[in-house]
Structures are given as C-alpha cells and as structure tokens.
Design a protein around this ligand. Sequence first.
Ligand SMILES: *Cc1c(COP(=O)(O)O)cnc(C)c1O
Length: 378
Amino acid sequence: MSYQIPLFNLNFDEAENRAVVDVLNSKWISSGPKTIELEKKFADMLGAKYAVAVANCTAALHLAVLAAGIGPGDEVIVPSMTFVATVNCIKYAGGTPVFCDIASKENLCIDPDKIEKLITPKTKAVIVMHYGGFACDLDRILAICDKHKIALIEDACHGPMSEYKGRKLGTFGLAGCFSFFSNKNISTGEGGILVTNDEEVYERVKLLRSHGMTTMSYERSTGHSASYDVIGLGYNYRFNDILAGIGLVQLDKLLPDIAKRRHVRELYIKMLGDDERIVIPFRKYEEISSLYICPLVLNNGDAAYRDAVRSYMAKNGVQTSMHYPPAHRFSIYKDCPAELPVTEFVADHEFTVPMYGALTDDEVSYICKTIKDGLNSL
Ligand SMILES: *Cc1c(COP(=O)(O)O)cnc(C)c1O
C-alpha cells in the first residue's frame, strides 16, 4: 500500500550520491579513513572522548554489554517498552534481562523508582532507552547505579544530539549506542556507533569489533603495523567507508533537520494539545531533543480501538506505527517475570504519527484532522 504521507522520509539529496561516488573512486570501500573521520566527527559533536563505528546498533549494544563484563548469572534491568534489540543484547552475553516499567503515559522512559526495587545482589547493569530522543531521569538513575555499583548503558538510538541538562545523551553511562538504520535521525541504511569516555571500554570495543585482532587492515596498509595478534573472542562488527561517506553528509544535516522537526512537533502540539482524548508524551520537555518519532497515547478504549484508529488513518493515506510492541510480550521473553502496568497500558493505546523535517504545515494539519475525524467517527 502506498501512503500519501509516510511515517518517515529520507533526508537525502545529491550530496549523499556524491559522497558514495567519492568513496568508490578512492578505492578504499571497507573500514578506513572515512570511518575514522566519522568517528572523530561524531565524538566531537557529542563531546565524547571516543566513538567506535560498527555494523549496526545491535552490535554496539552487544559490545557495550560485554564491556560492562556481563555474563551468565548476571541480571540487567531494562525497559520492555523499547525495540527488542535493547533486550536481546543482554542474552547474547548470557545475562538475564529484568524488565522494568516506564514512568507514565506522559513519560515513556524507564521509571527510576521501579529500578531500585528490582535490584538484587546479581544486578550488574541498567540499560536505559531514551524514548523518542527524550532523556530518562539520568540524575536519579546515575545515583542508583553509583549507590549499587552497577553500570549504566544508554541505548541512545533515538537521541543523537538530544540533551539532558545541557549534556548530550549517550555520554552519561559506560557506553552510549546509536543507530544509523534507514529510518533513524542519521540514515546510512545500516550502521551504528558506540561512544564512551572510558579508555578501557574504547580499547575493548575496538578489539571486539574486528575479531579480537590487535590491528585492522587499514592500519596495516598504511604501514602502522606489519602483523597482528588475536587476543580475545571478537566478531566482525565492522562499519564501512561507503556508508561512512553517507554518514558524514548526514551529520552535517542533523541540526538543521532537528530544527525543522521542532516546528513539526510544535504544530502537532498546537493542533492536538487541547484534545482530551489524546496524550502527547513528553509534551513539557524543554531541552534539545532529536525528536526521532512522534508518539501519541489515547486515553480511552483498548488495543482494538487503537488499531481501528490506525486503520482509519491508513485508509485516509496516513502511515502510522507503534513504538513498541513491548519485549516482554514476545514469545522469546514470555517466561521472564514482568509486572509492567504502565507499559501494558501504553502498548495498547499508543500509535506513532509521521515525523520528519520535510513534512509541510498542510500535511501536519491533514494528519491532525484525520486523527480527530477518526476519533469522532469510531
Ligand atoms: C533502531 C533501534 C535499535 C537497533 O538498531 P540497529 O542499528 O537496527 O541494530 C536498538 N534500539 C532502539 C531503541 C532502536 O530504535
């Protein structure tokens, strides 16, 4: 089905095409100088000491979990209201996910009060997900982690350049993980990056990204090293220069794109903010946000009602989505204990409306009118 208004649109033009051709002409297409340039630029933009580009964010999360020393028998507290990769990465390392509820239908991030209640002597880390590019309550979560001597890992996929008290998301924990998947704020098709301020984490992640080898082929080709040793069980989680070329162009577009998204979000709030049937999560958020997606939560009805609203939108040419079918409801996690009343409510009442910089005022008006018509008629 082709929609008049898609959920997301790539922010691409001739610049991405040129970047790809330039890399192809350079004859270095695997991980090399463009990947290193991207890592430096991303670390600088975030004010982080180190960045390591990888194949995707799922790989970044896996490496973050390994860097935190998580293994069999260790528990990791994680929200269920996230993309399933946030949870799967714990199991890759043999750890046990412990699901934590989110704060409220206004704040879809993990609830610090509930984190503390889930801590046991086996708890080794907390993985937070900054939903939609809006920060979790990091002051409180960091205080809990410090008190119990456990690691914080940030799934910051939704939040490149988002801030909490003036500091960029992804730079608060042991590691912050970002995605360059097609529909993210920074799109390269596939890709991800891990940032950290910890030199040991940086060295370990760089090693595990490429088979546990002490040097990469680009370093050898440039004469920095003649041979290598393998000193740990690593993976092939490398990024490549073709995608890094696209990523560098996308990084230049990130802040202007976020400014346009801010205008779109203001329109949504203006047009839907007075409707008592709808909650706009994070409505009062005042800091810089990447505004990755625009979730809405219906106050009434049930999952079938929400699905009917989504069908109505689809029939009228507006693509919508759900963020997210919660992880604890998937078959693979059905045996994990999960007391998650707020997550359950949001899972049955949330839907996500289009959000990207190129949305016109007329399109946002049409989307809002369609939502209201749908709610009036159902
Ligand atoms: C997209 C996404 C991921 C996975 O990213 P990939 O690069 O596709 O592996 C993980 N967590 C969240 C919250 C995401 O939105």
